[in-house]
Design a protein around this ligand. Structure first.
Ligand SMILES: *Cc1c(COP(=O)(O)O)cnc(C)c1O
Length: 376
């Protein structure tokens, strides 16, 4: 089942339910913990159909196949890939490019993406230009004959800038329809944002975050709009072996079933906490995009930060985001520490900026935890 016009809530709750081909019609997709599959005879190998049969688990394995089909449906793409981490997902997309290719990126990205892009520039001569995510007229002028892709995150991390995927896709595809518009959709998930429907060509996720949602695994996803892009990605995926194993594929598939409900509650909690933070005298400014669980806020001075972390009783001082447990991080020292100080300050990533991943606890308890920890 699971085809349009089913609502995303239905797609999520039913993930893998009827597509799993299990001989006993199990409702939960089985886990096939095997590295390889037996062939009946020579004819079986000669007539091998990779869409229905399996041979070796790096190439494909039943639990991961069900997950990948689900990921493609959720993002309205032709093909999905499940990988061992979000960075592996980003790396898979960049395997499409060569030395000398030019990529335009928005200027406020996950710190690990910047680190990887610097590495590609240094070691492979890939050229990068940054775009501020606001000036749409400037965007077209950054395109060169060598431009192969645009890489975006929206809302941006950690300063929550909103970029119109549709505007970017229109401008870029008008300049050259071959340029791939790639969106890291980790923060909003397909529950709130489906980049392919807005004109993007490729979507990536750190499924470590909301898609899995329980702070208990690492995973990544790539979804391609077309079969053509999907085939190129598939070759590189199988060749480099950055795949998700059957157990984690099952765990992610199970987690997806509650994604829609979790996202609604993350939003409800974050709205409440953002409003409470805005009223605290110790908080200078709150950045909340209106959907999802991520809030960034500035405290008055750096001296408040250590005390805040030490006093928290519910919220954990830990990196990452998107799980049931609330986490607070300081981007300048954690996720974005590899950027130069000047680059950080230009984006507003000061030592007073904190990023909260609002979990699924009681919103009131979370707000009170921050209030008591920030009190003078
Ligand atoms: C965490 C994160 C990544 C990297 O994902 P991993 O699963 O940690 O490898 C990429 N993009 C964004 C927006 C992230 O938050």
């Amino acid at each position: 089942m699971t085809q349009e016009p089913f609502d995303i809530d239905t797609l999520l709750a039913q993930a893998g339910n009827r597509d799993n081909n299990d001989q006993y019609h199990s409702v939960s997709t089985p886990i096939y913990l095997t590295s390889n599959f037996r062939h009946r005879d020579l004819e079986d190998v000669e007539n091998f159909d990779p869409t229905k049969q399996y041979s070796y688990s790096r190439l494909s394995t039943p639990t991961r196949s069900v997950l990948e089909k689900t990921l493609a449906q959720l993002e309205d793409g032709a093909r999905g890939f499940a990988l061992s981490s979000g960075m592996a997902a980003i790396q898979l997309v960049f395997s499409l490019f060569k030395s000398g290719d030019h990529i335009i990126t928005s200027d406020d990205l996950y710190g690990g993406s910047f680190r990887y892009f610097d590495y590609l520039a240094d070691h492979y001569g890939v050229k990068f230009s940054k775009w501020n995510g606001k000036d749409y007229e400037k965007l077209a002028s950054l395109v060169t004959p060598k431009t192969k892709a645009v890489w975006l995150e929206t809302p941006s991390n950690p300063t929550m800038k909103i970029i119109s995927i549709k505007k970017v896709a229109d401008i870029i595809h008008k300049a050259n329809p071959q340029i791939l518009v790639c969106v890291d959709n980790t923060f909003l998930t397909p529950v709130y944002q489906q980049p392919i429907r807005q004109g993007a060509d490729i979507v990536v996720h750190s499924a470590t975050k909301y898609l899995s949602g329980h702070n208990d695994m690492l995973a990544g996803a790539v979804i391609a709009k077309s079969e053509e892009i999907g085939e190129e990605l598939e070759f590189n995926f199988n060749t480099t072996g950055v795949t998700l194993d059957p157990f984690d594929s099952w765990l992610l598939l199970r987690s997806l079933k509650t994604l829609s409900v979790r996202m609604q509650r993350h939003t409800q909690n974050a709205k409440y906490v953002a409003a409470c933070l805005a009223k605290l005298p110790q908080v200078e400014k709150v950045l909340y995009p209106g959907e999802g669980g991520m809030i960034s806020f500035y405290v008055q001075n750096r001296d408040q930060v250590d005390r805040l972390f030490k006093r928290l009783k519910i919220i954990s001082f830990a990196e990452s985001l998107g799980g049931v447990e609330s986490l607070l991080t300081i981007p300048s020292l954690q996720t974005h520490s590899d950027m130069t100080k000047e680059a950080r300050l230009r984006l507003g990533i000061t030592d007073e900026l904190l990023r909260l991943s609002t979990g699924l606890e009681s919103a009131k308890d979370l707000a009170n935890d921050l209030k008591q920890a920030l009190a003078d």
